[in-house]
Design a protein around this ligand. Structure first.
Ligand code: PLP
Length: 389
């Protein structure tokens, strides 16, 4: 069995890499250690790169289409990992999940319609409804025993008259795995109130050892009928730059509406490298993924230990899935802008600003990306600890 080396430091600067080459634009300096954009600093898997190289050796890159072996690889992955038994007809290629969510908003709702989200959450969930003139309805999560939880009393009340609920399952920014019980409760409420649920499961494959991802579509007869599920190999195999995502809809009616709309716009035709890479990833990726998740879990433990020993005042929500951790520095008695300034200009690390995940309620909070070689993680942590003390 191939043993992969996730300790290798790979120079990404100069490759038009958003995480490293995009620092200047957001942070106004380019000498930061980037622990923000949600991709990993690991090499994309050899079997994916080989498949792309092999396809290039054909030397004609004309119009393409998804092959039956691509669909088989997708269906097998969904069946083996998430007990989703999808027919090819129930699946649709999508160039990206953010685009997919945006299409769903435009297709299924009208300006002014209410769209529910829980915060803190991945910023496009907040921005897409607003920029399409829908009414954003926010139900803040609570923190209990170091985990984010849904405040069901608030959720139920806010869900009134909503058309859509957009859910990150598992949850970004803190990698919370929603268990069967929570998802069933959401399903019961959304069914009763006639809400379509968009379950963004992009981080599902990154569920860490010791936890189990449950696909929203599988928790009840109703959840299967009233949901749109998005999945992708992009986070899993570090191939986000290829734009290769998949939509799953079980309901005939919902599918007819949404897939008909996608096809009318001609937005989901796909490209050669997206199909080639996704097929190779899903067909050959089990061992790579297992080794990578073990490595990520070790990084989570490293972060946990480091914080306890060196920054005990930080309140952390550690990921159960993904490589994203939510760090609350508010106990240090500094304002959000003072903390931000310290992190950027003294520690020289780029974290995601917590307020972008839901506004001023998250002042003092920052999201850290642990998807990197341990040496880089420790470098970032040491820089922060030196500065903050
Ligand atoms: C919850 C969530 N959805 C979607 C995306 C982006 O998906 P895509 O690149 O397919 O648009 C991200 C990226 O960080 C994410 O965290």
């Amino acid at each position: 069995m191939t043993q992969y080396n996730f300790n290798e430091i790979i120079e990404r600067r100069g490759s038009n890499c958003f995480k490293w080459d995009g620092l200047e634009e957001l942070y106004h300096r380019n000498d930061l250690l980037p622990m923000w954009v949600a991709d990993m600093d690991f090499r994309s898997p050899d079997f994916v790169l080989d498949a792309i190289r092999q396809r290039c050796s054909h030397e004609v890159l004309g119009y393409t289409m998804p092959s039956s072996s691509y669909w088989q690889a997708v269906r097998d992955w969904l069946h083996n990992h998430y007990r989703i038994d999808a027919t090819t007809e129930q699946l649709h290629f999508i160039p990206g999940i953010v685009a997919g969510i945006s299409y769903a908003i435009l297709c299924l709702t009208q300006p002014g319609d209410r769209i529910l989200v829980t915060t803190p959450v991945y910023p496009p969930f907040l921005n897409l409804p607003k920029s399409s003139q829908r009414t954003l309805v926010v139900s803040p999560l609570k923190i209990e025993n170091g985990r984010f939880c849904i405040d069901f009393e608030d959720f139920e009340q806010k869900a009134d008259r909503c058309k859509l609920f957009i859910m990150s399952n598992p949850h970004n920014p803190a990698g919370t795995v929603w268990g069967e019980e929570v998802l069933s409760r959401i399903s019961e409420i959304c069914e009763r109130k006639g809400i379509v649920v968009i379950s963004d499961e992009i981080h599902a494959d990154l569920t860490l050892p010791g936890h189990r991802h449950v696909s929203y579509s599988t928790v009840s007869r109703h959840s299967r009928q009233h949901s749109i599920t998005f999945v992708a190999p992009s986070k899993t195999f570090n191939i986000a730059g290829l734009g290769s995502s998949i939509c799953y809809i079980h309901s005939d009616e919902l599918r007819k509406t949404f897939y008909g709309w996608l096809d009318a716009l001609g937005v989901a035709n796909g490209n050669i490298f997206a199909f080639t890479a996704a097929e190779a990833a899903f067909a050959k990726g089990e061992s790579w993924l297992k080794q990578m998740l073990d490595y990520l879990l070790d990084n989570v433990h490293t972060l946990d230990t480091f914080l306890k020993e060196n920054m005990p005042k930080v309140k952390a929500v550690l990921p159960e899935a993904s490589y994203l951790a939510w760090l609350d520095f508010s106990n240090y008695g500094k304002t959000h802008s003072e903390l931000s300034d310290l992190l950027i200009n003294k520690a020289r690390v780029a974290l995601n600003d917590g307020t972008t995940f839901g506004g001023s309620a998250y002042e003092g909070c920052f999201r850290m990306n642990l998807g990197c070689p341990k040496e880089m993680l420790l470098e970032g942590l040491h820089r922060i600890a030196e500065t903050i003390k």
